[in-house]
Design a protein around this ligand. Structure first.
Ligand code: SF4
Ligand code: SF4
Length: 463
């Protein structure tokens, strides 16, 4: 019987129908901290499209045109390798982070949890009241009050979804474009209008109806918990050693045989995924901490120490040891730090323009009139910015003439240019077969890179 909870998830009843979860309004110190984090992240999400760094939108994820901007740095298809390394680092980061710290991400920063618990659920509590009033309202016959409350709630839900969809549009198409689409007639931007409405409906459906099932059924991260966690992983956990055997407090019962859990079931009532954390760590638990707050309040009332439900590892609870920094955590943290450092170095050393100058393979040198010698060079330039650039090559190491063959050095945004140029030097300035030369690459009069290569001649051979 104890294992019966494993037969079905909490959101499905014995008839196979949806079991609607009405979680009790959470309150307590963890809840306040989570609200604080949620407000910060929501403000960041809302304001980021309007913030500019280096003249660029702070964050842009234009998948269609393959343009990305991260904190003012533009990235395009040429930076694919950085994205691949970043993605690998991110996956490893998630695996290692979860093995140590469990589902901290789900409870504190996951957009699904933040929007569900800190936006949509709050609106619901405001309009329909706490869980008992919500149950009563749902069971009540249709009335003007019910229609008004439900109508208002769903109208605000859709409005929030519509605002979020437009913010996503700003992240994908750019804020200026998004503002243009919003202020113009939908006929002029039918595709984006349909996309925004479709996304709004999907977003509304997820938070108005689908809710916790996104975490329990759909989220791949949630499904992977079974292989990512072990008994040393930190999680929201019930201290069964201290809590069991559970039982209601009876005035006439003075025996010490009972555990600290008074079986008030408040931890179950506040759970947004409808589970009983006392059954052990479960896949459905999103580590929202609501049960910690609820149980702490109970413990304070019955004069027992807080933390019957707390962040701890299974091993910590079994062995009565506090969670401590182990060798494994230190090694994992070092690996994570190295990965993030490699990614950081790649980002920091990335330049807006990639330039290579190489002597054309297979070509030696050419005699030129006026006692001069020329070498032919290949020039490859990639403009990684979203602006047009005019690039100029100058010889820095000595006097000489540069003659471009073919196209000029005007580069469109994200364009790759391959051209050739001739460097012509006076024979008198050369003293050996291989003379080191240094070019400067200038953009808008400003030197952006120095490149060293060599100049081949027969001067040394004839001496
Ligand atoms: S809130 Fe605490 S005391 Fe109440 S049932 Fe849950 S674990 Fe037991
Ligand atoms: S068990 Fe506790 S932490 Fe997990 S989802 Fe339920 S209330 Fe949140």
């Amino acid at each position: 019987m104890d294992e019966q909870f494993r037969d079905s998830i909490a959101t499905i009843n014995e008839k196979g129908k949806r079991n609607w979860i009405y979680p009790k309004k959470p309150k307590g110190r963890y809840h306040m901290a989570r609200v604080f984090v949620a407000v910060f992240l929501l403000l960041f999400f809302i304001l980021a499209p309007f913030v500019k760094i280096n003249g660029h939108q702070m964050l842009l994820f234009n998948i269609l045109e393959r343009k990305f901007i991260l904190f003012g740095l533009p990235f395009g298809p040429h930076d694919f390798y950085i994205f691949v390394i970043g993605f690998i680092a991110f996956i490893v980061f998630i695996i290692l982070f979860t093995a140590i710290y469990g589902r901290l991400f789900c409870g504190w920063v996951c957009p699904q949890t933040i929007f569900m618990e800190s936006v949509f659920r709050k609106i619901e509590y405001l309009i329909e009241g706490d869980f008992r009033q919500q149950i009563a309202l749902d069971q009540a016959p249709v009335s003007a009050k019910k229609v008004l409350k439900k109508g208002l709630k769903h109208f605000i839900f859709f409005l929030v979804a519509f605002i979020v969809a437009n913010l996503f549009l700003a992240y994908i198409a750019g804020t200026e474009n998004a503002v243009g689409y919003i202020s113009a007639s939908p006929n002029k931007h039918l595709t984006s209008f349909i996309a925004v409405i479709a996304f709004s409906l999907l977003f509304y459906f997820i938070f108005a109806r689908f809710r916790e099932q996104a975490c329990v059924i759909v989220c791949p991260y949630g499904r992977l918990q079974g292989v990512l966690l072990d008994e040393n992983s930190l999680a929201v956990a019930y201290d069964f050693v201290r809590g069991e055997p559970r039982g209601k407090i009876r005035k006439d019962d003075s025996s010490d045989s009972k555990g600290d859990c008074i079986d008030c079931k408040l931890c179950v009532q506040v759970c947004p995924t409808g589970i009983d954390i006392r059954n052990g760590i479960q896949l459905e638990c999103v580590n929202c901490t609501a049960c910690i707050d609820a149980c702490d309040e109970v413990m304070e009332k019955i004069n027992k120490p807080r933390g019957l439900i707390r962040y701890d590892s299974l091993k910590g609870i079994k062995d009565r040891t506090r969670f401590k920094i182990s060798g494994r955590i230190i090694v994992y943290t070092i690996v994570l730090t190295i990965l993030l450092s490699v990614f950081g170095v790649l980002i920091a050393n990335r330049t807006d323009i990639d330039i290579k100058i190489l002597r054309t393979p297979g070509m030696l040198y050419q005699d030129q009139p006026g006692d001069k010698i020329s070498n032919l060079y290949n020039l490859n330039i990639v403009n990684k910015t979203f602006d047009s650039l005019k690039v100029e090559i100058r010889l820095l190491s000595m006097e000489g003439e540069i003659k471009f063959i073919g196209s000029d050095m005007y580069l469109k945004p994200q364009e790759k240019n391959e051209s050739k140029f001739m460097l012509i030097l006076e024979k008198s300035s050369l003293s050996k077969i291989n003379t080191p030369v240094e070019f400067g690459v200038f953009e808008d009069g400003k030197e952006i890179k120095k490149i060293k290569t060599s100049f081949l001649s027969h001067v040394g051979m004839t001496k």
